[in-house]
Ligand binder design. Sequence first.
Ligand SMILES: NC(=O)c1ccc[n+]([C@@H]2O[C@H](COP(=O)([O-])OP(=O)(O)OC[C@H]3O[C@@H](n4cnc5c(N)ncnc54)[C@H](OP(=O)(O)O)[C@@H]3O)[C@@H](O)[C@H]2O)c1
Length: 306
Amino acid sequence: MPKTVLITGANGGLGKECARQLALQEGVEKIYLGCRNPKKAAAAKQSLEESTGKSIFEILIIDVSSPTSVRSAVDSLSEPIEALVMNAGGIGGKNFRKITGDGVSQIFAVNVLGHAVLAEVLLQAKKLTNVGIYAGSEAARGVAKMGIKRPKLETASEVEFSAICDGSFFGNAGDPMLPYSYIKYMAALWMSALARKYPDVRLVTVSPGSTSGTDIGENLGPAMKFMFTIVGPKLLPMFGLMHDLEAGAKRYVDVLTDASYKSGVFYGSKKPLLTGPLIDQSTIFADLKNESFQDNASAVIERFIK
Ligand SMILES: NC(=O)c1ccc[n+]([C@@H]2O[C@H](COP(=O)([O-])OP(=O)(O)OC[C@H]3O[C@@H](n4cnc5c(N)ncnc54)[C@H](OP(=O)(O)O)[C@@H]3O)[C@@H](O)[C@H]2O)c1
């Protein structure tokens, strides 16, 4: 069991529930709540202390859409961490297509860019010693039952991955689920490349599965929002297409604490479900284990973070 853990996006949804579950595990001594909003962070810390009866939470202010914020958060860490949960993310708000100062779309920055800086800086400095997980999504291999198409690249070249980062790949598409699925695909490829680069740390992508009780649906289009927040929690669990917050966050905890989940693999649900046991997603979408695709995705991300 890791003694020290940093969770990004820890003030709500899956990140906060993961913090709660970890705090109740034997041996966990400190949990850094990585949050961008100090007020929300303080409220989450208080509520976690009350719900767990533990005083092991420390706030780390970090905005994962900003490499500068990520670097200063790492500088302020007084000790190495044993486990990292790269959970912050989602649709990137109403302006998900806006280009940031780093030349990427907001939705890419929130899901990947800051986490790439965070993982790389921690690993290079040997400040992450045991395990790092990234919150993937089954959208990365397509979810036919939800109308989410599998990402389709012509060449999986650096040029194509660059176009995913800056959003030009998607033209004027107004539905954030389109870039979201490609970005989570690219993130899983990047994590696999990172795992080969740092073989001493277990680096795993895991989808929490389709999870109710979070805010991820808030910025979706009206149809998806209705499905995610109103209809979904009532109907989808009957078909194995949604589970509750506890089950979603438990997937993070399982992968963090069980070394049989292998470095470099992306774990998610069996097809066609979005809940239940975790399986290697490359058995559904073989491109996920293509090392040249992984290297191209990683090279492009590295260019944007330099
Ligand atoms: N829920 C699902 O069904 C599902 C399925 C597959 C994958 N996921 C993934 O699971 C992760 C967590 O999602 P969720 O459902 O728990 O969503 P959520 O309820 O919207 O929580 C997202 C968390 O990320 C934080 N965050 C967003 N942008 C940030 C930034 N720039 N810097 C720091 N923190 C930031 C949010 O903080 P604020 O309160 O400050 O916004 C919030 O704490 C995401 O990566 C998502 O893509 C979710």
